[in-house]
Design a protein around this ligand. Structure first.
Ligand SMILES: *[C@@H]1O[C@H](CO)[C@@H](O)[C@H](O)[C@H]1NC(C)=O
Ligand SMILES: *[C@@H]1O[C@H](CO)[C@@H](O)[C@H](O)[C@H]1NC(C)=O
Ligand SMILES: *[C@@H]1O[C@H](CO)[C@@H](O)[C@H](O)[C@H]1NC(C)=O
Ligand SMILES: *[C@@H]1O[C@H](CO)[C@@H](O)[C@H](O)[C@H]1NC(C)=O
Ligand SMILES: *[C@@H]1O[C@H](CO)[C@@H](O)[C@H](O)[C@H]1NC(C)=O
Ligand SMILES: *[C@@H]1O[C@H](CO)[C@@H](O)[C@H](O)[C@H]1NC(C)=O
Ligand SMILES: *[C@@H]1O[C@H](CO)[C@@H](O)[C@H](O)[C@H]1NC(C)=O
Ligand SMILES: *[C@@H]1O[C@H](CO)[C@@H](O)[C@H](O)[C@H]1NC(C)=O
Ligand SMILES: *[C@@H]1O[C@H](CO)[C@@H](O)[C@H](O)[C@H]1NC(C)=O
Ligand SMILES: *[C@@H]1O[C@H](CO)[C@@H](O)[C@H](O)[C@H]1NC(C)=O
Ligand SMILES: *[C@@H]1O[C@H](CO)[C@@H](O)[C@H](O)[C@H]1NC(C)=O
Ligand SMILES: *[C@@H]1O[C@H](CO)[C@@H](O)[C@H](O)[C@H]1NC(C)=O
Length: 816
């Protein structure tokens, strides 16, 4: 991005307060191109801001992608306008998203596949642990290894583009239905996981698509309500995420900045509106924040059906319309598209500049060439066409040559790593008197409907199945299981080594309503009672409650009243309130999240002590579901066109930032997690890596990720970590920064700015160092539109969680 362009953006936002009319015009400009979307209600926007105009859409300079850029320019020079229109418009076809081939140029087209934890529309593919499980590992090696293995599977199946990973939703609300697809409600942890997943997948030769940009924090009313034809006429707008500038930078943009820095090929714009303007036609978010401030060089694709305009969306920065048709999920394929033929018409009638269309195609093709996808990429596995219920063959209007081996097995040895990752993402929350690991128990009882197989394997990806273990959530972010290991099966296999009896009761209603002694052999209370609970969450629906499903709390109470060694395991989308956590007979609690296909094995490895638990919570478990702030906006019963407004008035106060600022007790704090061993953290030291550090970053030319000065390491903090227990294990020292009191009001007390996973043998010690970058020590200053390091004294803590801080250091960064 040229500095002069950047200054246009900056003055645009700086003007916002003073010249609101201009901002409304810009929103109006985007909206008015479509007769079916009414003008934005300016009364509402006067109260809560608007989206300022940022035009034109910045052109890519291919920074970091020189080879790809040159090839992409040569490619676009050979295209007709019809071919260019094809390049930016999805079509019904074998994959979830399809860009058609241009055979005369040897371009095989693009196959885009869901999603963040597996190649979903596929057979003989792996289902990996979900985002929340990966976040809970706090393990950079796991993040990379999983991203790479997923990339290998997408490539072997012929998918050039992997629709993941997810940093939106971030997890503003505990109740949001898709939080489990992402890694953590903390932007730093999420950002590292984004960066490593993207780097790894792209190292494997597949384009990553970071989604959903931005402010996509709830499912309720994420899309507009359409009229009866489900295509064009909207009768009520989608919810608007109204986010102030500082919160946008410090929370919701933050992990996407890491994604752009990692060279993400694409970003997916989101369904909901941002400050009143739809995510895929919002010039401030796409042209301004993403392509301008963050220097994004790839392409923006729409979420499925999130495009609501043609020319206006294109001018606002959208580069690819997916899946290409009109309607709520864009699935009404055929002639109608806001892009497609309309791009040709708009180019021919002069309302759309050809240079913008060329830039769209160049942005799409640069990563394709840069990743070497023109060098013998595998063909699309023909089996995907038969499995694809989204655009079945009957909907295809274009030609596809489906060649190559059918039903390729792409799983390799990934089951082994999925087993490890599932265990690494399990968080031990309670372990009284070393209830775990189990010591060769010979009388085991297992309770709960999460323990065993479902009645049909096909219900795994669906809501409301009562019987059967849960391994992943629902919607586009799920996976197609080729096999899976249930907890019951794995425990039976393992217990057989000890010649144990394994009894089980799967009916939650029965357990919760019975005297449990009547449900198992009555002679003797089992050595251990394992309770398996599950909690579903899915795309397109927010969670109604944070309890375990199917009266899981009642199941625990019932079992614990009978069994003095009750071990509770949760398989869950994330946050569960655990009201029975202090029950004296509940001796251990393990939050096993959504571990993927090796679930039972991952669990047994921990239960029997082959693996010491090392997961830590990537969110806070409050005392009560009513303690969380930032609830999704629901229950709007009025039918006004613009009535769905979600004010992010809590600003930075989400999850632990809120509980800490308000001094609210929680059940298990952010970052908490036990091990089978114990660790000590000592000897903190902090030293500057540069002298004479300025408050403002040097104004360097924008690179992917933004001003490179923000990514420069300014401080080095070291601590010593020791394993003081009697078994090997992995510690997660976490570094939190507290900004000086000169930072603006609303600054969190402390924020995660570093973590490492450190494997230590019994008695071993290691020095662990954390580099603090400029961004880590700054707040976003809305006046100067810069990341600013405040003057005064910083606090830095390193500990085992956000509330178990072991060592502290103070230093002043600026003005030394
Ligand atoms: C705009 O919103 C305001 C505040 O909610 C409401 O009173 C007014 O009726 C709306 N105007 C239109 C034209 O919908
Ligand atoms: C949203 O509105 C706020 C408040 O006016 C403004 O600071 C911010 O830049 C806007 N963001 C976008 C993406 O429009
Ligand atoms: C152009 O877009 C309109 C919706 O605005 C749609 O009805 C029409 O079918 C599109 N034309 C083509 C050629 O796709
Ligand atoms: C040009 O074509 C586009 C796309 O069909 C249409 O929206 C626009 O109204 C046309 N403009 C003129 C001046 O005809
Ligand atoms: C399909 O293959 C045929 C024969 O090789 C070729 O003529 C045609 O262009 C191909 N079509 C596509 C879409 O690749
Ligand atoms: C589960 O137990 C309840 C309560 O006893 C009973 O009504 C229900 O039929 C049982 N379900 C099955 C599948 O047996
Ligand atoms: C704990 O379990 C024992 C049986 O082992 C039972 O007698 C006792 O009542 C239980 N305690 C509670 C608080 O339910
Ligand atoms: C449970 O109760 C039995 C029988 O009283 C006792 O032997 C055992 O130690 C108790 N277990 C725990 C974990 O308290
Ligand atoms: C949670 O809070 C609500 C509202 O204050 C209250 O009714 C409920 O009893 C609380 N639940 C628990 C488990 O404390
Ligand atoms: C909307 O209706 C629901 C169900 O009738 C009710 O619980 C809720 O309070 C209503 N919301 C508002 C804002 O009136
Ligand atoms: C630190 O920076 C200030 C302002 O740029 C400059 O005047 C001073 O000489 C610098 N000091 C050192 C030690 O580099
Ligand atoms: C930070 O300090 C550690 C321990 O002294 C050292 O090993 C490491 O190289 C330092 N990092 C940098 C960037 O200087």
């Amino acid at each position: 991005m040229s500095p002069s362009f950047l200054s246009v953006i900056l003055s645009g936002s700086a003007l916002l307060g003073a010249v609101n009319a201009q901002a409304y015009n810009a929103v109006g400009r985007a909206e008015e191109a479509f007769s079916h979307i009414q003008p934005v209600n300016t009364t509402i926007l006067t109260e809560h801001g608007s989206s300022p105009p940022v035009y034109p859409s910045p052109k890519t300079t291919g920074r970091g992608w020189k080879m790809g850029l040159e090839k992409a320019k040569a490619f676009v020079a050979q295209l007709t306008i019809e071919e260019k229109a094809d390049m930016v418009t999805g079509q019904a076809g074998p994959c979830v998203g399809n860009i058609v081939a241009i055979p005369r140029l040897g371009f095989p087209g693009l196959c885009l596949q869901d999603g963040p934890l597996a190649i979903r529309v596929a057979d003989y593919a792996s289902v990996f642990s979900s985002g929340v499980s990966v976040g809970a590992t706090w393990d950079k090696a796991v993040m990379y290894e999983r991203g790479q293995a997923m990339g290998e599977e997408f490539k072997a199946k012929g998918a050039q583009v992997m629709l993941g990973p997810v940093a939106g939703p971030l997890g503003r609300s505990a109740y949001a239905g898709r939080n489990w697809e992402g890694f953590s409600s903390d932007p730093y942890l999420s950002g590292i996981a984004m960066e490593l997943t993207i780097t790894a997948a792209q190292d494997a030769g597949v384009q990553a698509c970071a989604k959903h940009w931005v402010g996509n924090e709830q499912e309720t009313q994420r899309n507009p309500i359409y009229g009866t034809d489900d295509t064009t006429a909207t009768v009520q707008n989608a919810v608007s995420s109204n986010i102030d500038d500082r919160t946008m930078h410090e929370l919701y943009m933050w992990p996407f900045a890491n994604a752009v820095k990692a060279g993400a090929a694409s970003l997916m714009c989101s369904y909901q509106r941002i400050n009143g303007s739809y995510g895929c036609q919002n010039s401030k978010s796409q042209n301004g924040l993403l392509k301008g401030e963050l220097g994004f060089q790839g392409y923006v694709m729409s979420d499925w059906g999130a495009t609501h305009t043609g020319v206006a969306a294109i001018e606002a920065g959208l580069d690819m319309d997916m899946p290409g048709g009109l309607g709520s999920y864009g699935q009404n394929f055929g002639i109608p598209s806001y892009f497609g033929g309309n791009v040709t018409l708009a180019a021919n009638n002069g309302s759309l500049d050809m240079s913008r269309i060329d830039d769209m195609v160049i942005r799409i093709m640069t990563p394709y060439f840069e990743l070497g996808q023109d060098q013998g990429f595998p063909s699309v596995d023909p089996s995907t066409a038969d499995l694809n219920s989204f655009s079945p063959r009957s909907t295809w209007t274009r030609e596809y040559n489906l060649t190559g081996e059918v039903s390729r097995d792409v799983r390799g040895n990934h089951g082994e790593l999925i087993r490890r990752h599932g265990a690494a993402g399990s968080v031990l929350l309670k372990n009284v008197d070393r209830a775990l690991p189990l010591k060769a128990p010979r009388n085991i009882a297992i309770f709960g409907n999460d323990a065993a197989d479902p009645l049909r394997s096909s219900v795994l990806n669906q809501n409301n199945y009562e019987y059967g273990t849960i391994l992943a959530g629902g919607g586009s972010g799920t996976g197609q299981f080729s096999y899976f290991i249930t907890p019951l099966r794995a425990i039976q296999d393992r217990a057989a080594q000890d010649g144990a009896i394994v009894q089980f009761v799967l009916n939650n209603t029965l357990i919760a309503s019975s005297n449990v002694s009547a449900l198992v052999l009555p002679q003797r209370v089992p050595d251990v009672c394992i309770v398996m609970l599950k909690t579903w969450a899915e795309e397109a629906a927010d969670r109604d409650h944070l309890a375990s499903d199917w009266d899981g709390d009642g199941v625990v109470e019932s079992v614990a009243s009978y069994c003095n060694n009750t071990v509770v395991i949760t398989h869950s989308a994330g946050i569960n309130t655990l009201p029975w956590s202090d029950h004296p007979n509940v001796t251990a609690i393990l939050a096993a999240h959504f571990p993927g296909q090796e679930s039972g094995h991952s669990l047994v490895d921990i239960l029997y002590g082959d693996v010491s638990p090392s997961g830590h919570l990537p969110y806070t478990i409050a005392m009560n579901g009513t303690d969380y702030n930032a609830l999704p906006t629901t229950g709007i019963n009025t039918t006004g066109y613009d009535d769905w407004q979600s004010w992010f008035d809590e600003k930075l106060e989400i999850d632990y930032r809120y509980f800490d600022l308000q001094n609210i007790s929680v059940r298990y704090e952010f970052g908490f997690g036990l091990s089978y061993t114990t660790f000590e953290i000592s000897d903190i030291q902090a030293s500057p890596l540069e002298s004479n550090i300025t408050s403002m970053p040097e104004d360097l030319p924008i690179q992917p990720g933004g001003n490179p000065a923000l990514w420069e390491s300014l401080y080095n903090v070291t601590v010593s970590v020791s394993n003081t227990g009697d078994v090997a294990g992995a510690a997660v020292p976490q570094l939190y920064v507290g900004l000086p009191s000169s930072a603006p009001a609303g600054t969190p007390i402390r924020q995660l700015r570093g973590f490492e996973k450190v494997y230590l043998e019994k008695g071993e010690s290691q020095t662990v160092s954390f580099e603090l970058m400029r961004r880590d020590l700054s707040y976003w200053d809305i006046v100067s539109q810069q990341w600013v390091i405040p003057t005064g004294e910083f606090n830095v803590w390193v500990g085992h969680s956000s509330r178990d801080l072991k060592v502290q250091e103070r230093f002043t960064v600026v003005g030394q």
